[in-house]
Ligand binder design. Structure first.
Ligand code: SAH
Length: 240
């Protein structure tokens, strides 16, 4: 998916409504692996105080020239701004970018994988299951190649994810995972807002060890910075 079409941008439409009217309809999420779910749109507009601790830690650590990847409503960039730190926010959702610009942010309609985007940053932020944007395991080398292009010398990526193993754990702690299947964190998602249905896309959850393994394969080092209460964590990735 290069950029999202303005007419098939369910999350952007939800963000747009919430920004404009202070309220939004239900944002539905479908997956072939799971039951239908919902994303509370107000959560996408969370303030610093309402953010999970690992996001607050990431924002405190961010410094220098900062890139907020997949910035959504711009909640992290706005929190950074309040802390006196500037950032560039990118997203593939035209409506989200419009909202972020309206909120006074330096927001651009850019796909992280677009090689024309070659500015360099000291801190790259990818939050709210930031590994999602990697999509699937096969795309990991491409992701790290892009990271290598946009990270300034000495720069770091702050990225969060969760280990989805708890979804497959039996009561006795054993895992109900078929080793012949794809990695258990590899999901497909599709969203709907009102009558707007987006395209289906791959969304990757990575446990820390798997992330660290691939980071090393690609010439980077991953460090576990903070662990949340529910199999979630924040990692800092730098060039090895
Ligand atoms: N970081 C925000 C939003 C997370 S939702 C928050 O924490 O609230 C993920 C966002 O990433 C969506 O807005 C989606 O449009 C965007 N996105 C997905 N793939 C992308 C890509 N390749 N490049 C840039 N943004 C992307």
């Amino acid at each position: 998916m290069a950029l999202i079409s303005e007419h098939a941008d369910p999350m952007g439409a939800a963000i747009y409504d919430y920004h404009k009217y202070g309220i939004a309809d239900v944002l539905r999420v479908f997956s072939s692996q799971f039951e239908e779910d919902e994303i509370p749109v107000s959560d996408l507009f969370r303030d610093l105080e309402d953010m999970p601790e690992l996001e607050q830690v990431a924002l405190k650590m961010a410094h220098g020239r900062i890139l907020d990847v997949g910035a959504g409503s711009g909640c992290h960039s706005l929190a950074l701004k309040k802390m006196g730190k500037g950032s560039v926010a990118i997203d593939i959702s035209p409506l989200s970018v419009e909202v972020m610009q309206d909120r006074g942010l330096d927001a651009r309609l850019v796909n992280l994988y677009d090689e024309d985007f070659s500015e360099q940053f000291d801190t790259v932020l990818m939050l709210m299951n930031g590994t999602g944007i990697i999509g699937n395991l096969d795309n990991i080398p491409t992701f790290f190649a892009r990271l290598d292009h946009i990270l300034a010398p000495g720069g770091s990526l702050l990225i969060d994810s969760s280990d989805l193993r708890y979804l497959f754990e039996e009561e006795d702690g054993s895992l109900m995972i078929d080793l012949a299947d794809d990695y258990y964190g590899q999901l497909d998602y599709q969203m709907q807002y009102r009558n707007i249905i987006g395209e289906s896309f791959d969304w990757l959850y990575l446990d820390f060890n798997t992330l660290a393994y691939y980071a090393e394969e690609c010439g980077f080092t991953a460090e576990l910075v903070h662990e949340g209460d529910h199999y979630d964590y924040l990692a800092r990735i730098t060039r090895a």
